[in-house]
Design a protein around this ligand. Sequence first.
Ligand code: ARG
Length: 475
Amino acid sequence: MALWGGRFASGPDESVLKLSRSVDFDWRLAPYDVRVNLAHVAGLQRAGIIDGKDGALISSALIELAHEIATGAFTFNESDEDVHSAVERGLVTKIGELGGAFRAGRSRNDLVVTDFKLYLIDHLLEVADETVLLAQTIDTVATKLIGQVAPGFTHLQHAQPILFSHELAKHSHALLRDVDRMKDWLTRNSVSPLGSGALAGSPLVPNPEIIAAELSFQGVTRNSIDAVSDRDFVAEILFAFAMLGVHLSRIGEEFTIWNTQEFGWVTLDDGFSTGSSIMPQKKNPDIAELARGKSGRFIGNLTGLLATLKGLPFAYNRDLQEDKEPVFDSVEQLLVLLPALRGMIETATFNGEKISADVLGGHALATEIADFLVLAQVPFAKAHEISGKAVALAQSKGIEVHELNDTDLSGVDPRLTPDLRKSLTAESAIASRVSINGTSTKSVVAQLGQLEVKIKSYSGWIASERKRFSGMMGI
Ligand code: ARG
């Protein structure tokens, strides 16, 4: 159904209809559109624009429509330009001309932003929930594997020994930052643009604050031109999703490497692996690879939107219709990816022997030698040089630095006394790193406990926000 046409001699050309039509994707906004319209009708009633009898008729028709949309009994058709026209058609079908009364005092320009914000609130809570569940799974696996030592890498080269739980838990920290960004998004963007009208505000609805509160927003935007132009909230959430996607891609990359024949650190469950159509022996880590691959899409969705926004004149321009598909895509792909990745990690077997097999390879205890000298009052630069010489000697002998005997060590520098020996194990290197962020067992156990507390608090936040937004306008 068209929402305009009075001043046109002819209807739009077929090609224009195709170009301008957004209902195929923005139909996802339908449940929110109905709620916003319900709140708006109540506002029109309070302002005396619609009388009580008509208001009740329109409202009950809207509620009926909401249920039909939820069950699929009502949906868009060929004649609808966008979700707003489809909803109005639904209403007109039910109550005739009166169905067109509810759009007084609001424009699709303020309506679409309000609908979109409500969609995002609902869906960012779903994404946040799945992200918290993944962080929780990683935390649980890390807790189970406490005590497992592993080589820690920098530049993908052996660096220093670490606890494998420390390696795993880093991902939960990153994921919880993503959740925090979503939480922060909600605090900043929970303001209703309704009442901004086309661009100048509305003479018919004097109290947008009441409507905003009915829709569970925490306030109202304060400049009507900004409110209909602003898509910062879209770019912000696409950044949060892209950053989350980057974190998932790094998890994917790590599991792909750990799953190689050469590493053999992890065995993926059959249910979370895929095969090859030609090589019968193959069992591939496709979930991890898709986690890596989809990040490109999430980043593209963000950069595409930023390019659309750059240099746009203020107030509404039709370019802004391009804001929705990237969001729907990121949301929907994340909601497919997150549970699969969680299942993959939950069911994976970690092969402890392989993980610790070469923990001291690559002269991984060289820093311990330097630190030992520092504790004996040798300036670090000198200590670094002496330890480097020990590494060179070990290398010339074809052994690891911790395998040098006492004579070799004292030959490099007399301050490398046999006392050093007790620092030259993976366990002591790990146990010595007792700082709040370090890899000692004591520190890691405390960190995992703190993660647990954070996870609980984010789950609590998600539950309370869901409660606040559910049942909005009684539907
Ligand atoms: N489908 C449009 C969008 O998503 C709705 C707003 C249309 N407003 C207009 N003035 N043509 O942006």
